[in-house]
Design a protein around this ligand. Sequence first.
Ligand code: GTP
Ligand code: SPV
Ligand code: MN
Length: 614
Amino acid sequence: MSERSDQTVLDAERQTAPTTHAKLLAWVGDIVELTQPESVHWIDGSQQEVDRLTGELVDAGTLVRLNEAKFPNSFAAFSDPKDVARVEERTFICSQEKQDAGFTNNWMDPQEMKPILQDRFSGSMRGRTMYVIPFVMGPLDAEHPQFGVEVTDSAYVVASMRIMARIGDDVLAKMEASDAFFVPAVHSVGAPLESGDTDVAWPCNPEKWIVHFPEERAIWSYGSGYGGNALLGKKCFALRIASVMGRDEGWLAEHMLILKLTSPEGKSYNVAGAFPSACGKTNLALLEPSIKGWKAETLGDDINWMRIGKEGELRGVNPEYGLFGVAPGTGWSTNPNAMRAITKGNSIFTNVALTDDGGVWWEGMTDDVPEHLTDWLGNDWTPGSGTKAAHPNSRFCTPIDQLDMLSEEFHNPEGVEIHAILFGGRRKTTIPLVTEASSWTNGIFMGSTLSSETTAAAAGAVGRVRRDPMAMLPFIGYDAGDYLRHWDSIESKADPSRLPRIFLVNWFRRTPEGGFAWPGFSDNSRVLKWIVERIEGTADARETPIGKVPTGESMDLSGLDSFTAEDLEVAVTVDPEEWKQELADIEEWYAKFGPSLPQSLQDELAGLKQRLGA
Ligand code: GTP
Ligand code: SPV
Ligand code: MN
């Protein structure tokens, strides 16, 4: 028991570090010494514990308790207006060699970065409690559970992590029993309190650093309390660090939803989809099919860890435990499954608007707009205000098991076989509603050249078209060319006959008149049905220079009164002029990769060029 007293600072409730894991104790001791918190609290993950923390956050003004009858055990938080999204400009991959970070990442030499972090984190938790959160990404009973420990000086982060990941004593016990490796993740809002200081509702620092050391598998996050900047199991671990682990160990960590579809005949297919931030993953993952007899079940809405199974099949697991969904646009008409999950309670909403009866509201939640709201900035708001009531990147954070449609297989540590992969972006022009790849490598070409308009999920300009390979541009933890090579290598590691079929989709194309060329949301089930029928070999397709698209008659449009086969033709048009421009952009994009771009993808580009007659 001697190790159990080996800690520097104790809090009233958890008097001793509840573990003998020597590396963990030593590391926590080091972080305490560096950041100098007033107290340390080892998170047990219990309801009682989080109730106490949320109570304290209500007292501090960080959380507003919502109307219990409408949103039981739920809270609203309002961030500093300058801390509302991921900060890609401030995100770093500090590999030993610059070339291992590649051209898509900000890089700094670890030797240069470490003194900067030492300086920023030195005393950064003064006057605050440091929480130690043991967590596991994916099921705890996985063959190799992926452990992490986040230390943070934000109780809001603790309450959110408890929704988004499996945390607490069970995790710690298992980690200790196998003396397991864990990803050390340090988070500080960077706002120490000196004695006499009064705290603010959302402490943060104007200077932000989101730093990854891929070789050490370590994460340091400073200055922000929001989303992927602060909930370090999500983008930092489960994508950036995990992508490096996947490269080294032969698997893939991807920015994908996972959806199980069952046909009227009772045959099931699991579809994974990589769409950039705020481009439709959560909505597709929670699909309510508009076509009769088809059933949809959720496996994941943001992250998919894929490994090759015993039979050479590709299997996907969702490492998360909650939904961190874009609030605006999530409504009873567009996403009833999300609304049902949210209204069960146990949720934290950030930067949404408050209704006068203690509920929450955001643009698109209901068809009727409330007469009066308190907007996310705390101002009175009426429909004529001319501003958004909720921030465009406002979020709901809700336990995934509150979804009525959660698949039982969500809990299976082996995951599910993936039968199809979609790559999708937000493009007004050029990209058809759906295009089938001709091969695995051709599908990787589609993924590698994926493009999308930027959204409010990241700080910076919105609506600018950029290339976003596999929707992973901000999340690839290593060289982007090596990443594509790794994807390409899966073909030879898997059973080629079991490889998922790949499709490029675009729910966001506009007609020449300016409206959406496709109704989207629940009608995306029609596209999925076509995809399944392509796999089964029963649906028609038309060859184009970029791949196969549906013929007017091949897609089930039954029950759609204002959308015809001619409208579908518009939605799947491949315009040679638009594609000449697209080709030029793709060539420019590929030129950025340098020598690490696989030859197989250069060949794909040459093939496309030839087919376009360019
Ligand atoms: P992150 O959580 O940031 O990774 O975003 P996401 O990919 O999960 O996107 P989400 O499903 O939250 O959708 C983002 C926005 O796109 C919301 O405002 C949705 O209403 C909208 N959206 C989603 N699917 C569709 C669709 O099929 N058609 C249209 N027109 N809009 C959609
Ligand atoms: C995204 O930006 O893709 C998100 C939000 O899911 S965050 O968790 O902040 O990264
Ligand atoms: Mn989402």
